[in-house]
Design a protein around this ligand. Structure first.
Ligand code: KIV
Length: 262
């Protein structure tokens, strides 16, 4: 998939959308050869790639570094990149400059968490020709305000707020919205009421598509086992085994052998 038009047509055609996060060149090269529709250079890079405790430590420069690496491997597949913590709260000028750098580094669109007072900035970016994906429910950049990685929208008043925020994002011109960690019936209701696609993570199966953090679905994050992740590989153990095999071979004088020598 190469454009946000194709992305939106998928919802119209009832065709589920698949997304994964990606932060580096070699993963992007693998993803390029798959049927995965689009990639998010998520600010989860701060946690997955840099070992921080939350996404609050993601910075514009950090994101640009990852966007550029991913773009080289992803070629023309759709690349969406997260605005980092507070970047969109530093004024319209700053937001435009960040988006300018993102798009020149290879992003096709940006993702911004929240609605409400963020709507003005989102509109400004969209008016400037920058496609924006929204993000509602559990918005990890607000983790300190939310008090933890807790399912959002369980109370009817909170559910109504998430629904009205989603409608507000659609009216503002967002081309899609991520719904994170909300009850499946709420995600279903939002998906039914919006024309734009919804991409779920921990939001049940009634969204227009799904996104997972690449390292989670590959089983590389050993101690992170939330209910909403399905591990498609035991990557951590497989890589550990390969490294131990190499170590063992070297220590037993089995590597390199004659074939591997000049
Ligand atoms: O940064 C990220 O990985 C995300 C996904 C969880 C949607 O925003």
């Amino acid at each position: 998939m190469k454009s946000i038009n194709e992305f939106q047509n998928k919802k119209k055609n009832n065709d589920p959308i698949t997304m994964v996060t990606c932060y580096d060149y070699w993963s992007a090269k693998i993803i390029y050869e798959t049927e995965i529709d689009a990639v998010l250079v998520g600010d989860s890079a701060a946690m997955v790639m840099h070992g921080f405790e939350s996404t609050i430590n993601a910075e514009v420069e950090m994101m640009l570094y990852h966007i550029k690496a991913v773009k080289k491997g992803l070629e023309d597949k759709l690349l969406i990149a997260d605005f980092p913590f507070l970047a969109h709260r530093k004024g319209k000028r700053f937001s435009i400059e960040v988006a300018d750098k993102y798009l020149k580094s290879g992003a096709n669109a940006v993702k911004i968490e929240g609605a409400g007072s963020t709507i003005d900035i989102i509109k400004e970016l969209i008016d400037s020709g920058i496609p924006v994906m929204g993000h509602l429910g559990l918005t990890p950049q607000s983790i300190n305000a939310l008090g933890g990685y807790i399912v959002q929208g369980k109370k009817s008043v909170d559910a109504a707020k998430i629904l009205s925020d989603a409608l507000e994002l659609e009216t503002a011109g967002c081309f899609a919205v991520v719904l994170e960690l909300i009850p499946a019936d709420l995600a279903k209701k939002i998906t039914e009421q919006l024309k734009i696609p919804t991409i779920g993570i921990g939001a049940g199966r009634f969204t227009s598509g799904q996104i997972l953090v690449l390292h989670d679905l590959l089983g590389l994050t050993k101690d992170f086992n939330p209910k909403f992740v399905r591990k498609y590989l035991n990557g951590f153990e497989l890589i550990k085994q390969a490294l131990n095999n190499f170590n063992q071979d070297v220590k037993s004088n089995l590597f390199p052998d004659d074939e591997e020598s000049f």
